[in-house]
Design a protein around this ligand. Structure first.
Ligand SMILES: [Zn+2]
Length: 205
């Protein structure tokens, strides 16, 4: 789909306004975002970062409210600041992505003293922020959460976020996406479309 100049200008305007809002309300994140470039990319399913740029699918961007957009931008910039794109190593990229999201979302909640509703997207629910042991992700490094996720998968328990802060038991790794109603189809980014080193914004219920 070819985007009109007018549409592109409106998307850029939204991103710059979001950056200004974050700068005014959460200066730490705002200053970091000032160093990032933005790219509209229809090949990206939602939003993503490679540590240098933040990529947005235009249709995804359009559906976000201002509050949701602010959260997504803070989410991406924290991935970049914590250098998540270069820490995967030989690990399973999908599991590592989940670990990164748990740590990022939990840190946003804590550092901005936010309500859980602020890391929720109307289309996807609350973003994951609880480690498999039921504790907040900010207490751990992504590598530690990754290890916990591996053990949880082996024991048949995978985490989900919840308003009461408990990790929810779900089905084992087999058909997890299909069986867990909290994880809706389409919410998991197609890894095949990911550029190397790109970390996606993932959305789980
Ligand atoms: Zn993410």
């Amino acid at each position: 789909m070819v985007l009109s100049e007018e549409k592109i200008r409106s998307y850029i305007r939204r991103l710059l306004l979001s950056r200004m809002r974050i700068l005014c309300t959460n200066g730490f994140y705002g200053l970091l975002i000032m160093h990032m470039k933005f790219t509209l990319d229809e090949g990206c399913e939602t939003a993503a970062t490679d540590g240098d740029r933040i990529y947005f699918n235009p249709q995804f961007l359009e559906k976000l409210s201002d509050d949701e957009l602010d959260f997504v931008l803070m989410h991406e910039i924290l991935h970049a600041a914590l250098q998540h794109c270069s820490r995967t190593g030989d690990r399973d990229s999908e599991r590592f992505n989940i670990a990164c999201d748990i740590v990022v979302n939990s840190n946003i909640l804590k550092s901005c003293d936010m309500e859980e509703s602020r890391i929720s997207l109307k289309e996807y629910g609350v973003s994951m922020h609880i480690a498999p042991n039921g504790k907040e992700g900010w207490e751990y490094t992504v590598e530690q959460v990754y290890e916990m996720l591996g053990k949880a998968a082996l024991s048949g328990n995978v985490p989900g976020s919840s308003s009461n802060g408990n990790a929810k038991p779900a089905s084992g790794k087999k058909n997890r996406k299909a069986e867990d109603p909290k994880i809706k189809p389409g919410m998991i980014i197609q890894d095949g479309r990911a550029k190397k080193g790109m970390r996606f914004f993932r959305m789980f219920g």
